[in-house]
Design a protein around this ligand. Structure first.
Ligand code: PLP
Length: 391
């Protein structure tokens, strides 16, 4: 399938696909089923439903019609068999990891991944699950870092903070041959720009709090995988942990999906312009953005990424806390804050002035600044950065 076919069919999925099998009185968007439980005409019907909660509406912690519409769309976008939506990206990540490993087993992370995912893995040490990080995206280095008890490889593409690209297919093939499961956090690319299941990755997770929601008014997550893995995960980590997405949040997710293709075009266009501007700025040592041309980027982009989102980082030549602080405090349109992927532009740095050792350990420059490029006019954003970089 050509990328353009992908985009047009994805647009269809985002806007119209499976918006509900019931007519709902002609309502143009599906209603919010706010009920917590569902009743049955007979005890026999109830027993049948209770024994197969994944395929029946019994209790909204398991299945809910509004949430289910969002799940069908997400599964279709990722070209996966099944999806469950969660109360947050972290709830989806927690369910995916707990389903994949048990005491005595080891998780290998490829380069930098989202900080809370790392913290979760550290927390899991109390359950006897260990982890390590290989700060390289080269297949040979990753292969060498596999231990006899490695049962899971966790990755993001591109990686967190340095935005390096990882070859998904070669890692998925290698993992499969060693009986190791693979999970990817696909939040950066969104399902529009990268479909990891088609490269052999086992589980895809998303924070719906970023581009999928897109309006800074939703915290949610999604997990997409095969029917086989989902059957097991639904009855354990989904129903038992209870980190379920509510119907009101699902409705916000559905609203976000309707405009996702249009919003991603603007994020991509704006970010390319900003990345090019920063690349030629005298105060900037390096720009980390997979959308910038390089031989390595082009080879992997052609295989995996059909577009680029709006999260990028750059490194100041004056790589010290004082300069980082001064630049961030000088911007006007970019707002200082966590999270990313919504309409507004955001700026932050992992350099907190007291964590130099951690930055070295994680191979992150002390001069690194992260931008989530929003949908304001690109020229205004560039002018804002230009005045902030004049120190
Ligand atoms: N994955 C990535 C890459 C993130 O940046 C975040 C949050 O910032 C998450 C997962 C967690 O998502 P949530 O905040 O929805 O739990």
């Amino acid at each position: 399938m050509q990328p353009s076919d992908n985009i047009s069919s994805d647009q269809e999925i985002c806007m119209h696909f499976d918006t509900g099998s019931q007519p709902f009185f002609g309502a143009i968007i599906p209603p919010i089923f706010g009920n917590s439980l569902f009743v049955y005409p007979t005890h026999e019907d109830f027993v049948q439903a209770e024994n197969d909660q994944q395929n029946h509406y019994v209790y909204s912690r398991g299945t809910n019609p509004t949430v289910e519409i969002a799940e069908k769309k997400m599964a279709a976008l990722e070209q996966g068999e099944q999806c469950k939506c969660f109360a947050s990206g972290m709830a989806a990540i927690t369910a995916a990891i707990f389903n994949s490993v048990k005491a005595g087993e080891h998780v290998l992370c490829i380069s930098n991944i989202y900080k809370s995912t790392m913290n979760l893995l550290t927390y899991m040490e109390k359950f006897g699950v260990t982890h390590s990080v290989v700060y390289s995206t080269l297949k040979e280095d990753i292969e060498k870092a596999i231990l006899p008890n490695t049962k899971l490889i966790f990755l993001e593409n591109p990686t967190d903070m340095n935005l390096q690209l990882v070859d998904l297919k070669s890692i998925a093939d290698m993992a499969q041959s060693c009986d190791i499961r693979t999970i990817i956090d696909n939040t950066w690319a969104t399902p529009l720009f990268q479909k990891p299941l088609t490269h052999g990755i086992d589980i895809v997770i998303h924070s719906a709090s970023k581009y999928l929601g897109g309006h800074s008014d939703l915290v949610g997550g999604a997990l997409i995988t095969s029917e086989e893995i989902m059957k097991d995960l639904f009855n354990k980590e989904y129903l038992l942990f209870g980190g379920t997405m509510g119907p009101r949040e699902a409705s916000l997710l559905l609203r976000g999906l309707q405009t996702l293709p249009l919003r991603m075009k603007v994020h991509q266009e704006n970010t390319k312009q900003i990345a090019n501007f920063l690349s030629s700025h005298s105060a900037v040592a390096k720009v980390n953005y997979p959308g910038l041309r390089s031989k390595h980027n082009s080879e992997l982009n052609n295989k995996q990424l059909t577009g680029f989102s709006g999260l990028m980082t750059f490194e100041l030549k004056n790589a010290n806390y004082e300069t980082v602080k001064a630049v961030i405090n000088k911007v006007r349109i970019f707002k200082i804050g966590v999270s990313w992927g919504s309409f507004e532009s955001l700026i932050m740095s992992p350099n907190f002035g007291n964590n130099a050792e951690t930055l070295i350990k994680e191979h992150v420059s002390p001069g690194l600044i992260r931008l989530s490029v929003g949908m304001e006019p690109a020229e205004k954003l560039i002018a804002d950065l230009e005045q902030a970089l004049e120190l």
